[in-house]
Ligand binder design. Structure first.
Ligand code: SAM
Length: 309
């Protein structure tokens, strides 16, 4: 991991007005004065089905980072599973949606991304301040260029909440071949078994850095190959259970911004397959130190016998 400082960001901004992520050019905006910092209509979710037909546009949030998660997802996770002053980690931070929500809700944030351009964009999205009408709580948000499989600058058991969103194998490719700063980008891995093997390393790091009895939320989607359903999510879930986590929730997140009419809808009818319109938001809990695990046997590695009392 390498820390990206405010000075690094300002130098980058002075030289470059756009970043290239996922094949799209995204303009850096510099210091921003959003019209509204906090959402006007927001309620915390209470069921395992989350659906946000309109993605939130408060503060600096924008849909321009391909496949970024809606701010409503990050905010719901943060409000339910952390307290003001806690430290939240997003080690696949992309355009920084989670970190912007940390800044707005009074959590400290650590963001990591393998793509240096994404880190610069996240810093750009964090380049706003509170106002007299909407003051912001004190927070410390740190950004790193690094790899989720090796969080070497984060000490064991120091993170209060993990909220992260990996690529779904190679469905969206986040870096182009010429972007040498993104070695280790998991969106380049097409083979599902190879992708899951890498996610096993991510899960191990999540387990290591998280405090006992704290939560780790991860959003993952599936794909279709040869017209058949190909699960990525359940295999990633299994990797997290193998790391030692307990499954707390499996939330189905409805997808809204994909095409349900036109070419894909016709293909679905003619070729007999259904368009995938959901993702899984898994919430895992790291057991407390010396916690008796037998009550959770069915929510843990059920394929292994739990022998502790
Ligand atoms: C789905 S995007 C995250 C979007 C983010 N939730 C947002 O709202 O902007 C996945 C991110 O994982 C990053 N990534 C891929 N491989 C990585 C790795 N080994 N370590 C850290 N980040 C990685 C990609 O660069 C990409 O930004």
């Amino acid at each position: 991991m390498q820390k990206i400082t405010e000075a690094d960001y300002l130098r980058f901004l002075a030289q470059q007005k756009v970043v290239l992520v996922g094949g799209s050019e995204i303009r850096l905006r510099g210091p921003q004065r959003p019209r509204k910092l906090q959402p006007e209509e927001f309620k915390t979710e209470t069921t395992t089905l989350w659906s946000f037909p309109k993605r939130g546009k408060w503060a600096t949030h924008k849909a321009s980072y391909r496949g970024n998660w809606a701010p409503q997802i990050a905010r719901n996770i943060i409000l339910r599973y952390s307290q003001p002053g806690d430290t939240v980690l997003d080690q696949m931070a992309g355009g920084g949606t989670t970190l912007v929500e940390c800044k707005l809700t009074g959590r400290n944030g650590i963001g990591v991304d393998v793509n240096r351009d994404a880190v610069m964009l996240a810093m750009d999205n964090l380049n706003f301040s509170g106002t007299l009408e909407e003051p912001l709580p004190e927070t410390d948000i740190r950004l790193y260029h690094g790899d989720a499989r090796n969080l070497d600058l984060i000490r064991d058991g120091t993170i209060d909440l993990i909220a992260t969103h990996p690529p779904y194998a190679n469905i969206i490719k986040y870096t182009s071949r010429d972007n040498g700063s993104a070695n280790g980008d998991l969106s380049k891995v097409r083979d599902i078994a190879a992708f899951v093997a890498q996610m096993r390393l991510v899960a191990g790091e999540c387990y290591r850095v998280l405090k006992p009895d704290h939560y780790c939320a991860i959003l993952v989607g599936d794909t279709r190959r040869s017209k058949h359903y190909t699960t990525i999510a359940f295999r990633v879930m299994q990797a997290f259970l193998e790391a030692g986590f307990i499954l707390k929730e499996d939330i189905i997140k409805a997808q809204w911004n994909t095409q349900t009419e036109g070419l894909w809808a016709n293909l679905s009818r003619n070729k007999n397959f259904l368009l995938i319109m959901h993702e899984h938001l898994f919430v895992f809990r790291k057991p407390a130190t010396d916690e008796k695990l037998r009550p959770y046997a069915e929510s843990m590695r059920w394929w292994e016998q739990i022998r502790s009392p």
